[in-house]
Write a protein that binds this ligand. Structure first.
Ligand SMILES: C[S@@+](CC[C@H](N)C(=O)[O-])C[C@H]1O[C@@H](n2cnc3c(N)ncnc32)[C@H](O)[C@@H]1O
Length: 374
């Protein structure tokens, strides 16, 4: 396999300074200025990229996010402007979809006027959200939301061996990047699983788990951004996080013996995260217990934790589907046997199939939706 320029840089660094943690490797592979996967080239989602998200699958997803934001706006007593900040927004398709839904469903009403939806992404030259202190200079958001962001943060990897936990480091051996095990790089990494009461000692040797410390830092910063710097922290608002993962006890089980780390290259799952650094996506499932606990520490309370399927259903995905059928596919009823009617029928099947993909319990329907409130 030919080596990438970033691979050369990583090897030079290791030869100079010694092995690096997997988290440091992942940080470089995804975020190194000028080279990292997320900071170079075109945004990688969509059918030509390496991944697609719920946003790309169907506009019904953005419609349901719109419905959720409308409910939040009402709960917050209809603020104007209603500032929504989306982090890790990619090309801004979710933002476009929500604005389109607001215009369609709410017309020129107060919500459409109040909605001030801001989309940020590291790809647009902005800073990585998990690594930099947030500033309070921009308009303070009422809602901070992200879809498939936290799974991209760099993770440490632990491996159980002989009744102990070791950490995975990246080293150079025979001119290639390879894994080695050593002591955990910090007390935070070493005690992470115990803080969620994971019975790892009873698991088999070779069992692995990812530790996303960047998610904890991000949660802290995001909560602070929501609450602002006012000493009494009276500001009300929501954080909405959608991603794959689960609560700690469901994520770190004996059956998931090799953890959840996955690399994607052109929609193909690859089992080799160390190859092609900078050219493939690397992700890990999100420990939602960590986000909930850190949110609580920051003064937020749990409002919703559920699956994407149940959340979409409660937001009215079926009504949205019905709206589409009666408004965009009426020709199926009126002129079913015409060419136009037949084409519309095929398109309608596609729309329905995409809605089913969003709620599929074995796929995106099992993603989790977390809402924290202040
Ligand atoms: C899987 S995409 C999701 C895009 C979009 N939210 C959607 O629903 O289609 C993840 C996005 O997060 C961005 N991203 C990853 N890490 C980030 C970070 N640390 N800070 C800001 N953006 C980040 C990537 O550039 C990418 O566009």
């Amino acid at each position: 396999m030919s080596s990438t320029p970033l691979q050369q840089l990583i090897m030079q660094r290791i030869q100079r300074d010694g092995p690096i943690t997997f988290a440091e490797f992942m940080q470089m592979a995804l975020y190194m200025p000028g080279y990292g996967y997320y900071v170079t080239g075109p945004a990688r989602m969509g059918w030509q990229g390496d991944y697609y998200t719920s946003t790309n699958i169907s506009p019904l997803f953005a419609n349901c996010v719109g419905r959720q934001l409308y409910q939040m706006w009402e709960q917050l007593k209809r603020p104007t402007p209603f500032v929504v900040l989306e982090q890790g927004a990619g090309r801004g398709h979710l933002a476009e979809g929500v604005r389109r839904w607001a215009k369609r469903d709410k017309g020129e009403d107060d919500f459409t006027t109040a909605l001030d939806y801001r989309a940020e992404d590291i790809h647009m030259g902005q800073d990585a959200v998990a690594e930099n202190e947030v500033s309070d200079t921009t308009a303070q958001p009422h809602v901070i939301l992200s879809n498939e962001l936290v799974d991209a943060f760099p993770v440490h990897i632990l491996e159980k061996r002989n009744a102990r936990l070791y950490e995975v480091y990246v080293h150079v051996q025979q001119d290639r990047l390879s894994e080695v095990l050593d002591e955990p790089s910090s007390p935070e990494v070493a005690s992470y699983l115990d803080s969620y009461h994971i019975p790892w000692l009873s698991f088999n040797d070779g069992w692995r788990a990812e530790v996303n410390l960047a998610a904890l830092r991000w949660m802290k910063q995001t909560a602070r951004l929501l609450l602002g710097s006012s000493p009494r922290r009276k500001r009300r608002g929501f954080i909405l996080i959608i991603d794959y993962g689960d609560r700690a006890r469901a994520l770190y089980t004996r059956h998931r013996s090799r953890g959840t780390l996955a690399s994607y290259f052109q929609h193909q799952l690859t089992e080799r995260p160390l190859v092609r650094p900078g050219e493939q996506d690397i992700t890990a499932h999100v420990n939602f217990s960590a986000l909930i606990q850190e949110g609580r520490t920051q003064g937020l309370r749990l409002y919703t934790f559920t699956t994407q399927r149940l959340w979409l259903e409660s937001m009215g995905i079926d009504e949205e589907l019905e709206w589409l059928r009666t408004h965009d596919f009426a020709v199926i009823e009126t002129q079913r046997s015409s060419n136009q009617g037949q084409v519309a029928l095929l398109q309608w099947y596609d729309v329905r199939q995409r809605a089913a993909a969003l709620t599929d319990p074995a796929g995106m329907g099992n993603f989790k939706v977390l809402i924290l409130k202040h």
